[in-house]
Design a protein around this ligand. Structure first.
Ligand code: ADP
Ligand code: MG
Length: 339
C-alpha cells in the first residue's frame, strides 16, 4: 500500500467538489438555489456550449457584502445555519456551505454582486480556488455568477460529460423543476442566445405549468389538496390523455425542494390504477409540505433525496388522494354524458 499521505487542501477541495458538482446542471442547481435563498423574485439563467463553456445566473436578491465574498467561497461557510441544532428545521435550500467552494475549485468564476445598502457593488474573480481579484464596480442590486470552463483543471471529470446538447437539456430540467417549485419567482432560461423558458412569477402553479408545458398539458390537469396535522399535499395531477412513456413528468417537491423518490413515484402510480395503461406514467406536480422534524433533508450532498419520518403513511395518502381525485373527475364526466 505504501506510505500514508495527508492530502493537500487543493486535492481535498477537488475531491469534495466532485460530490456536489457533477456537471453544468449541478452548478445551475446550486447557484439558482442560492438565488432563491437570497430572496430573489427574478432569476435569469444563460448557458452556452451546454453550460460547460459558459453559465450565467443573475438574480435580484439581497447580494453579498464585499468583505464577505472571500468567506463565502471557503468550504463549510454558510450564512444559513449556525449549528447542528438548526439542521432540524432547515428553511433554506442550502445549508452545507459547499457549493461556492466546490464550483470555484473546478472552474473560472466571476461574481458581481451588490446589496441595496451599498452604493457600489463588488467584482470578484476566482479561478481553480485561487483568488484573482476583488474590486469595486457599479452594478444593479443582486448577484450575477458567471462560470466559465467547467472542469478545465480536472480533465478526468470533463471526459465524463455528455454532448453539449445533452448537458444543456439537463440544465433545462433543473430550471424547469425550480420554476415549478417556485411559481412566485420569475425564471428565464437562455440557451445559445435563444430564450427557451420563461415564467411570469405571478404565484400561480397552474399558470407556471401552462408557461412551461403549454396548453395541452394545462388543460388536462386536476388540482389536488390534502391536509392533516403532520403534512399537506397540494398541486396538480394530469389526466390519462397526457400520460407519458417515462417518469419525466412526475415532479415532487418536499418543503419546496425538488426530490426524487421511487417509493413516492410508485405510490402515485398506484393511485392511477385503472386509469393508465401499462408502461404509461402520469403527469403530476405535487408539493408535500411537512412540519419541522417530519423530514430529514440532510441525506445526500445534492439534497435530492430526503428521509420521511413516516414514509409509508405519506405513500398511502398519496395513493388515496390521487385515486379519489381521479374518480371524482370520472364521476363528473359520466354525469355530463348522461344529461
Ligand atoms: P450554502 O448555500 O449552503 O450556504 P454556498 O456555498 O452555496 O453555501 O453559499 C455560501 C454563502 O454565500 C451563502 O450562505 C450565502 O450567504 C452567500 N451567497 C451565495 N450565493 C448568493 C446569492 N446569489 N445571493 C446572496 N448571497 C449568496
Ligand atoms: Mg448554496
Amino acid at each position: 500500500m505504501g506510505k500514508i499521505n495527508i492530502l493537500s487542501q487543493e486535492t481535498i477541495d477537488k475531491i469534495a467538489a466532485g460530490e456536489v458538482v457533477e456537471r453544468p446542471a449541478s452548478v445551475a442547481k446550486e447557484l439558482i438555489e442560492n438565488s432563491i435563498d437570497a430572496g430573489a423574485t427574478a432569476i435569469s439563467v444563460e448557458i452556452k456550449g451546454g453550460g460547460i463553456e459558459y453559465l450565467r445566473i443573475t438574480d435580484n436578491g439581497v447580494g453579498i457584502e464585499k468583505d464577505q465574498i472571500p468567506v463565502a467561497f471557503l468550504r463549510h461557510s454558510t450564512s444559513k445555519i449556525k449549528d447542528a441544532e438548526d439542521l432540524n428545521n432547515v428553511h433554506s435550500l442550502g445549508f452545507r456551505g459547499e457549493a461556492l467552494s466546490s464550483i470555484s475549485a473546478v472552474s473560472k468564476v466571476e461574481l458581481i454582486t451588490k446589496t441595496k445598502d451599498n452604493l457600489l457593488g463588488a467584482s470578484y474573480i476566482i479561478e481553480g480556488a485561487k483568488e484573482v481579484s476583488l474590486s469595486d464596480v457599479g452594478a444593479p442590486d443582486g448577484t450575477t455568477f458567471i462560470i466559465r470552463q467547467l472542469f478545465y483543471n480536472t480533465p478526468a471529470r470533463k471526459k465524463f460529460l455528455k454532448a453539449e446538447s445533452t448537458e444543456g437539456s439537463y440544465v433545462f430540467d433543473v430550471v424547469e423543476h425550480l420554476a415549478l417549485s417556485h411559481p412566485e419567482i420569475s425564471f428565464k432560461l437562455i440557451i445559445n442566445g435563444k430564450e427557451k423558458l420563461m415564467t411570469s412569477g405571478n404565484g400561480s402553479l397552474s399558470d407556471t405549468i401552462y408557461q412551461i408545458y403549454g396548453r395541452q398539458i394545462a388543460a388536462n390537469i386536476l388540482d389536488i389538496s390534502y391536509e392533516d396535522e403532520l403534512f399537506s399535499i397540494t398541486g396538480y395531477i394530469g389526466l390519462s390523455v397526457i400520460a407519458r412513456g417515462n417518469r419525466a413528468f412526475e415532479h415532487f417537491f418536499v418543503n419546496d425542494r425538488y426530490i426524487k423518490s421511487n417509493n413516492l413515484s410508485r405510490a402515485c402510480e398506484e393511485g392511477y390504477y385503472g386509469f393508465l395503461m401499462g408502461h404509461q406514467y402520469p403527469f403530476f406536480v405535487l408539493n408535500i409540505d411537512c412540519i419541522d422534524g417530519a423530514v430529514d433533508v440532510n441525506v445526500h450532498p445534492t439534497k435530492q433525496e430526503v428521509r420521511f419520518e413516516n414514509e409509508s403513511k405519506v405513500c398511502e395518502i398519496l395513493t388515496k388522494a390521487i385515486n379519489s381525485r381521479l374518480r371524482r373527475r370520472e364521476d363528473v364526466v359520466e354525469a355530463k354524458v348522461e344529461e
